[in-house]
Design a protein around this ligand. Structure first.
Ligand code: BES
Ligand code: MN
Ligand code: ZN
Length: 450
């Protein structure tokens, strides 16, 4: 290390060959940095860097030596974060490539620096595997091309996977959407050759009466509709169902771990397309809760389908709501690609969610929700417009629109447009879906009763 000027700075790396060793061929060192880089998300990145490095070669066995200390965290937390990060790093994006350029090792062992750590970490093995599989599935779903993953095929897959667990799955087709007044979902979907679906998943893990609603935006492709996107804006829009994928895969994990909570997961699935049947600018939709919406921009479609889903959650008298949506480019302008915007109508619930996110080593930041933003959404012909008259505070305006459908139910909206999908490769993850917030939702469920 001295010869190679390795000082252990954050994410500094050094690979050393050890040809004389009986079985250990190479050692890869990664710097942990200092107190400036000791938040949980830093450790995830270090482990992801390790995963990405070793997955460049086809290896049989890899051993990951856990750090003894990291930012004052218990060794259980260190192990969970390293497992999550390492799994993130070895993800193979090239699912449709004939010659792979990434290789997952056959076996990974996590080694403990002090023997007593091993005992406390062993019981976490199950959770590590379940979380890793959930994140990988979320990423695979988001990375699947929209020509393959559409509202119908996505709903079918959800039904099949839920069937293997204790989750009950109800799927509404077009006729049921009509008879249940889910007119915003129908309105957004009407330009598409593929019919929409509304997926209702119920997981009952506890005897108590409180139920959390998890709502995920499921736009399997967002062309913008008649307010069409440019090619450059549209290219990654298969990612627009990341909210639904996150909610679904986290719920699978919850059921596999038998977490004692009750969850109602709602996934409105649509394709936002252009055709002679597309919803037109100026059309008025009547949402599930009877509120009328003037559609002044068909590219603000996520909030429309969420309006129906949130109204349905409120009607079902859930205790709290959290929605996840790749909702606005504005949120990326405000907070960048790594941090989700967190909007809420109730501080204790917002704080509980934020703490779970930080606990999982992920990142969100609150945006203000002052009343005076509401007037930006006034419509002259309907109860509300789906967009404001100007571009300012776009992420908040979208949040305010959603808020008008949740009433007094404690609610958090996470705008994950930035962190859900990476346009480019980085040292820490492959381009494409990232699987972020799957583990945050799991953490929220595990902490729910505390
Ligand atoms: N799905 C997009 C938001 C998005 C943008 C997600 C970039 C991921 C990356 C959403 O439906 C959308 O088009 N939002 C509009 C809202 C506008 C019309 C008020 C946007 O952000 O431009
Ligand atoms: Mn859109
Ligand atoms: Zn969208």
């Amino acid at each position: 290390m001295r010869d190679n000027d390795f000082k252990g700075e954050f994410a500094q790396t050094l690979e050393v060959s050890t040809p004389d060793h009986p079985y250990q061929r190479k050692i890869f060192f990664i710097g942990l940095g200092n107190e400036k880089n000791n938040q949980r998300h830093h450790l995830i990145r270090i482990a992801a860097l390790a995963g990405r490095h070793i997955s460049k070669r086809a290896l049989e066995n890899v051993a990951f030596l856990l750090p003894k200390y990291f930012g004052g965290n218990a060794c259980e937390i260190i192990a969970l974060l390293c497992a999550a990060g390492f799994n993130q790093g070895i993800y193979n994006l090239a699912i449709r490539r004939s010659t792979p350029d990434r290789f997952q090792p056959k076996r990974v062992d996590f080694l403990t620096p002090i023997p007593i750590m091993e005992e406390s970490i062993k019981p976490l093995q199950n959770r590590m595997m379940i979380e890793a599989n959930a994140c990988t599935l979320a990423r695979d779903l988001v990375n699947t091309p929209a020509g393959e993953l559409n509202p119908i095929s996505f709903a079918e897959l959800i039904a099949i996977e839920s069937e293997k667990t204790s989750i009950s799955c109800e799927i509404w087709d077009e006729a049921q959407l009509k008879s249940n007044n889910m007119n915003c979902i129908l309105g957004v979907a009407q330009g598409s050759a593929i019919a929409p679906r509304f997926v209702i998943l119920r997981y009952q893990g506890a005897d108590h009466r409180s139920v959390m609603a998890w709502v995920g935006k499921g736009v399997t492709f967002d062309s913008g509709g008649l307010s069409m996107k440019t090619g450059e804006q549209m290219i990654d829009m298969k990612c627009d169902m990341a909210g639904a994928a996150t909610v679904f895969t986290a719920l699978l994990a919850i059921a596999q771990m038998k977490v004692p909570v009750n969850i109602l997961a709602l996934l409105p699935l649509v394709e936002n397309m252009v055709s002679g049947n597309s919803i037109k600018l100026g059309d008025v939709l009547v949402a599930h809760n009877k509120k009328t919406i003037e559609v002044r921009n068909t590219d603000a479609e996520g909030r429309l389908i969420l309006a129906d889903a949130l109204s349905f959650a409120v009607e079902n008298q859930v205790s709290q709501i959290i929605d996840l949506a790749t909702l606005t480019g504005s949120c990326m302008v405000a907070l960048g690609t790594e941090i989700a915007g967190l909007m809420s109508n109730e501080n204790p619930w917002a704080e509980k969610v934020h703490r779970a996110i930080v606990g999982a080593g992920e990142r969100s930041w609150p945006l203000p929700m002052d009343e005076d933003f509401d007037e930006l959404l006034e419509s002259s012909i309907a109860d509300i417009s789906n967009v404001a008259g100007n571009r300012y505070a776009g992420a908040i305006v979208a949040g305010k629109f959603l808020q008008s459908f949740v009433g007094t139910t404690p609610w958090v909206h996470l705008d994950i447009a930035g962190p859900a999908f990476a346009a480019n490769d980085s040292r820490f993850h492959a381009a494409g879906a990232t699987g972020t917030f799957v583990r945050s939702l799991i953490e929220l469920a595990i902490r729910y009763r505390d």
